[in-house]
Ligand binder design. Structure first.
Ligand code: 9D3
Length: 244
């Protein structure tokens, strides 16, 4: 799968994709990430990418012309008005629909994904309306721009590409867990006692049937405590706080 990122901070992406799972997948040829500098598509001496909002107001907006030029060059057939549905354009902004595991799976079907990073106070609305296929946010908090969001989206999608993950952490199991509406159970490693806090004795017992039941119950209790929103989405007969 091919990813493109259009950004005014190309140097931001030197870090996140040079380490870990995504770096290894790129070396193995499972995916390719190309970073494009928005200023390469400006035509004035000062490489202007932003301007003041019509009607007044604080701050600056990303101008439409460099963004349209960037996307129409990288996805060249868009200039003809044709669109290959396997090439998707996503605008990352604070106003978009929420990115989740289902969105990661859906976007992972694309052959090429181009992510536009919002900045400043926002982006000229014609980009959302006439250039991007969809507008996504990664959550309800204010970031300085779409760059961190683009890294999050690429990481989540990359993990779903066949062969990117080792068998130990399979994408199928992971995606299933993300949809299940239950958090992972609490986990412990050595030492069995640390600063007076003991690991639950059942985990040291070697009784695998008892361990499985303890883990199920602990996961449900933790979900009810930390993510009551997930418990509300579950069927009414699903018992999160069951004690057994
Ligand atoms: C401070 C300005 N805000 C109210 C007028 C709107 C606003 C504009 C631009 C808030 C944040 C941003 C920059 N953020 C993004 O471009 C962004 C984002 C985010 O802020 N939160 C979660 N996901 C994303 S994806 C892109």
């Amino acid at each position: 799968m091919k990813f493109h990122v259009v950004t005014i901070f190309p140097e931001f992406f030197r870090g996140p994709f040079e380490h870990g799972v995504v770096a290894r997948a790129q070396e193995a040829g499972k995916l390719r990430i190309t970073i494009h500098d928005l200023r390469d598509w400006t035509s004035d001496r000062h490489k202007t990418v932003d301007d003041r909002p019509f009607g007044g107001g604080e701050g600056m907006l990303l101008k439409p012309e460099p963004l349209f030029a960037a996307v129409e060059t990288v996805f060249a057939e868009r200039a003809t008005g044709q669109r290959d549905p396997a090439r998707r354009v996503v605008l990352l902004s604070a106003q978009g629909r929420k990115f989740d595991q289902a969105a990661a799976r859906r976007l992972g079907e694309a052959s090429e994904l181009l992510l536009i990073c919002g900045r400043y106070e926002g982006v000229d609305e014609r980009v959302a309306e006439h250039l991007a296929d969809e507008e996504l946010t990664i959550g309800d908090y204010v970031l300085s721009g779409g760059e961190l969001a683009a890294a999050v989206v690429i990481d989540a999608i990359a993990r779903l590409i066949p062969g990117v993950l080792g068998n130990a952490d399979s994408a199928v199991r992971e995606s299933f867990a993300a949809d299940a509406g239950v958090l992972d159970c609490p986990q412990y490693t050595r030492p069995a006692e640390f600063r007076g806090w003991r690991v639950p004795e059942v985990l040291l017992s070697g009784n695998h049937d008892q361990i499985r039941r303890w883990r199920e119950q602990a996961a449900l209790e933790k979900t009810a405590r930390l993510r009551p929103d997930l418990t509300e989405a579950a069927p009414p007969d699903f018992k999160y706080d069951r004690k057994n």
